[in-house]
Design a binder for this molecule. Structure first.
Ligand code: FES
Length: 72
C-alpha cells in the first residue's frame, strides 16, 4: 500500500527502513523522503512508524539493550 503518493513510498518501505535502523519518524522521513511534499501522508506515516517500532520492540524484548528503544 502506498503511504506517500508524492514520493511513491509504501508501508513496506517504511517498515524496512525501521528494521534497518531508523528509530523515529524523523529518521524515516529523512531516509525515504516521505511527507516532504504535500504532507498529507504525515499522519499515516507517523502512525505506521509508531506501530512498527512497537512491534519491533515487542519482538526484541529478549534483547535487553537495543540502543533505539526505551522502556516506557
Ligand atoms: S503524499 Fe506524502 S508528501 Fe504528499
Amino acid at each position: 500500500m502506498y503511504v506517500c503518493l508524492c514520493q511513491g513510498v509504501t508501508d513496506g518501505q517504511i517498515r524496512e527502513a525501521i528494521y534497518e535502523g531508523c528509530c523515529s519518524y524523523r529518521e524515516v522521513r529523512n531516509t525515504l523522503g516521505v511527507a516532504t511534499q504535500c504532507g498529507k501522508c504525515a499522519c499515516t506515516a507517523k502512525q505506521l512508524v509508531r506501530e512498527t517500532l512497537s512491534d519491533l520492540h515487542n519482538a526484541q524484548t529478549a534483547i535487553p539493550q537495543h540502543p533505539g528503544f526505551t522502556h516506557a
